[in-house]
Design a protein around this ligand. Structure first.
Ligand code: FAD
Length: 448
């Protein structure tokens, strides 16, 4: 089947759908091609039989001041936010830190201050122009940690922090990229707290579905895009069961998926090099539902992070308290290992971990489910793509730059809140503005 429109958007995650809504609002025609059989991408909601929802992907957002776009959309579609239960009691890093001797606490405080002051020097719009950028990009987070933290215990804690926040091993992650995200989040401490304030009663996939419903049959599911031909006349996008001719195309898919598409002519070598090197993190998100929130009334047993496969546990109880729940994350190389072990062994290991921290009751949930993001064929992991050493100073800033008629959206292309839902939405606004301007310019020059 051959079709025509002004703009083809690839990917119906929240970035793609919002890009398409903006383009349509500007009076241009749009078709969205989504490889999966559902919209939402990294926003995926599991619903219990009584309608209660749990987010297997993106789940928390910050305050309206921090994340205005996502709050605006939640309001526009009449959905309901609720505040996250105080999670401090379950913070796996805060507890062990409190029990440390003064010297170790002082070392941790010094380390964090040094990290924050280095992050402060980063030019987040152009990280490669920051002072000492090449040096900071040539080393991994691991290398910097080894130079600046002596305590083996603190090293473990820090690894756990990195896995929790980025789902990546410190040895694989560019120190410059790490610093740049620390700065955009307002420092290390703010990063842990700010994005964990509100959850959505209906689940975030519901938000994307409502947004996509507005686009009606412009959203085509089960249409994986393989090839993009582009020239002076326009673009031809080849997908499962459909070819679409457009004047512009927006790729709202993660960089690791851009690398899987054949472009004719090929993208500039430097851009291909970049997307081929951006790697997706590894994460499995696990929910255990119980009859009572027994963990709220007792203190957790402090464990050495090395003894656990879960990096982080939070209270994930439903908004009405009807389903007390814990959510745990397995990230980095543990996620790769436990992906291969299969769901039954993994469930057992996660529950045993929870029992070691919260007591034996944790072994007996009424319901358990998890989602291994590494098995998602069109995403390949989570939370996001990250830059290994050497990539940030070799063209990373061009990740959002259009190439002729090809434009790029998606959370990885955002300058602020890169990796978050809010970042996906800022990228959508930017990409839609860019495309509409290109269309208007062409109309003005009579080149259509
Ligand atoms: C476990 C987990 C927890 C998270 N927690 C949070 C959180 O608490 N707060 C927060 O703000 N963020 C969180 N995130 C991140 C957040 O979910 C993402 O930043 C956001 O959803 C990304 O949206 P996107 O539209 O940029 O990309 P995606 O959601 O990845 O959308 C891309 C879409 O493109 C499709 N696609 C890929 N290739 C092709 C192709 N060739 N042809 C057609 N379609 C294609 C995919 O199927 C997908 O639907 C989390 C992510 C995960 C995985």
């Amino acid at each position: 089947m051959e079709e025509r429109c002004d703009v083809v958007v690839i990917g119906a995650g929240i970035a793609g759908v919002e890009t398409a809504r903006n383009i349509r609002a500007a009076g241009c025609s749009v078709i969205v091609l989504e490889a999966d059989r559902r919209v939402g991408g990294r926003l995926l909601t599991r619903r219990l039989t009584d309608g209660t929802s749990f987010d297997l992907g993106g789940q928390w957002i910050g305050t309206p001041a921090e994340m205005p776009r996502v709050h605006r959309l939640v309001h526009e579609f009449g959905l309901t936010l609720f505040e996250q239960v105080d999670e401090a009691r379950l913070d796996m890093t805060a507890q062990p830190l409190e029990r440390m001797d003064r010297l170790t606490q002082a070392e941790w405080a010094w380390f964090k201050a040094k990290l924050d002051s280095l992050a402060d020097t980063i030019d987040v719009a152009n990280p490669s122009r920051s002072p000492n950028a090449v040096k900071l990009d040539s080393i991994s987070v691991e290398e910097w940690k080894r130079r600046n933290l002596d305590s083996p215990y603190l090293r473990h804690i820090f690894d756990q922090v990195v896995r929790t926040e980025y789902t990546v091993e410190p040895k694989d992650f560019s120190f410059l990229h790490f610093l740049s995200t620390v700065k955009t989040n307002g420092g290390l401490e703010a990063m842990f707290n700010s994005s964990h304030s509100f959850r959505l009663v209906e689940g975030f996939e519901t938000l994307v579905r409502l947004m996509a419903d507005e686009l009606g049959d412009a959203v085509r599911l089960g249409c994986q895009v393989y090839d993009i031909e582009h020239d002076q006349q326009g673009v031809r996008v080849v997908a499962d069961g459909i070819n679409v001719h457009g004047r512009q195309v927006v790729l709202a898919i993660p960089p690791n998926q851009v690398a899987r598409i054949d472009f004719a002519p090929m993208l500039p070598r430097r851009r291909m090099w970049l997307v081929q090197r951006m790697e997706m993190g590894s994460v499995i998100k696990c929910f255990a539902l119980y009859d009572k929130p027994f963990w709220r009334s007792r203190s957790m047993t402090v464990m050495d992070p090395d003894e656990l496969i879960i990096d982080h546990v939070l209270d994930a109880t439903s908004h009405d308290g009807r389903h007390p729940a814990l959510v745990a994350f397995i990230g980095g190389s543990d996620a790769v290992y436990w992906s291969d072990q299969g769901p039954e062994l993994r469930k057992q290991a996660v529950l045993e971990n929870l029992a070691r921290v919260f007591g034996e009751e944790a072994l007996y949930p009424s319901t358990y489910f998890d989602h291994d993001w590494q098995t998602e064929p069109f995403i390949g992991g989570g939370y996001n793509c990250y830059a290994p050493p050497g990539v940030m100073t070799a063209g990373y800033e061009s990740i959002d730059e259009p190439i002729g008629r090809i434009h790029f959206a998606g959370t990885e292309t955002a300058q602020y809140f890169e990796g978050y839902i809010e970042g996906a939405l800022t990228s959508a606004d930017r990409a839609a503005r860019e495309v509409v301007a290109a269309l208007r310019q062409e109309e003005g020059t009579g080149l259509q």
